[in-house]
Design a protein around this ligand. Structure first.
Ligand code: FES
Ligand code: FES
Length: 190
C-alpha cells in the first residue's frame, strides 16, 4: 500500500469510529461526527463558505453563526455540543439585507473577512431591536455585545453606526429613514 493510500485511509477509519449527531443547519437535517468543529462541518462538509475561519481558537468571531438564535463561535463548538438549529449567513442574507446595505453605504468593511461574522451577530441583535434601542447608550450596547467580533481594518465606528442605524429603524418599524449617525467612511477608517 502506498504512503498516499495510507494517509487517505486513516481519516476514514477515525471518522467511522466517531459517533454521529444530527444537526439542523439552515432548516436541513445533516449528520456530522460529534467531535468535528461546527465550522468544519459547515465549510468543508456542507460548502457553506460564508462562515469564515481566521484564528480558529475562539478569539476573533469570524466564524460566528447562530445556534438557537444565539451568536456562537463555530470554530470552537463541536458538532456534538450544538443545541438547537444552526443558521449561517447563507440563510440570513435576506433578513440581513438592511444590514448589508448599511455596511456598504458606511464603508464598514475593508478586507471583508470579518464581515460575515459581524453581519450574523448583528442579525441576532436586530431581532432584539426593541429591547436594545430603549437603553441609554445604543452605540455602547452594540460595541459591548459585538466585542467578540474583531476587525483589524475598520476601527469599528462604521460597523457600530451601521448596526445602530438598522436597530433604530427596526425598532421604529420602518424600512428606511434617518440613522443614528452614519460614520463618515474616511473618518471611520482612521
Ligand atoms: S475563527 Fe472562530 S473565533 Fe476566530
Ligand atoms: S474588514 Fe478586514 S478584518 Fe474587518
Amino acid at each position: 500500500m502506498s504512503a498516499l493510500r495510507r494517509r487517505t485511509d486513516a481519516p476514514a477509519t477515525a471518522a467511522a469510529a466517531t459517533p454521529l449527531v444530527t444537526l439542523v443547519v439552515n432548516g436541513r437535517s445533516v449528520e456530522a461526527p460529534a467531535s468535528r468543529p461546527l465550522a468544519r462541518v459547515l465549510r468543508d462538509d456542507l460548502d457553506l463558505t460564508a462562515t469564515k475561519v481566521a484564528c480558529g481558537r475562539g478569539e476573533c468571531g469570524a466564524c460566528t453563526v447562530l445556534v438557537d438564535g444565539r451568536p456562537t463561535m463555530s470554530c470552537v463548538t463541536a458538532a456534538g455540543l450544538v443545541r438547537g438549529p444552526v443558521e449561517t449567513l447563507e440563510a440570513l442574507a435576506d433578513e440581513a439585507t438592511d444590514l448589508r446595505e448599511e455596511f456598504a453605504d458606511a464603508g464598514a468593511f475593508q478586507c471583508g473577512f470579518c464581515t460575515p461574522g459581524q453581519l450574523v451577530h448583528a442579525t441576532a441583535l436586530a431581532r432584539r431591536a426593541d429591547e436594545l434601542v430603549g437603553g441609554d447608550d445604543l452605540p455602547g450596547a452594540v460595541r459591548a455585545r459585538m466585542s467578540g467580533n474583531i476587525c483589524r481594518c475598520t476601527g469599528y465606528q462604521a460597523i457600530t453606526a451601521s448596526v445602530c442605524a438598522v436597530l433604530e429603524r427596526r425598532a421604529a418599524g420602518a424600512t428606511s429613514g434617518p440613522s443614528c449617525g452614519h460614520a463618515d467612511p474616511e473618518e471611520a477608517a482612521s
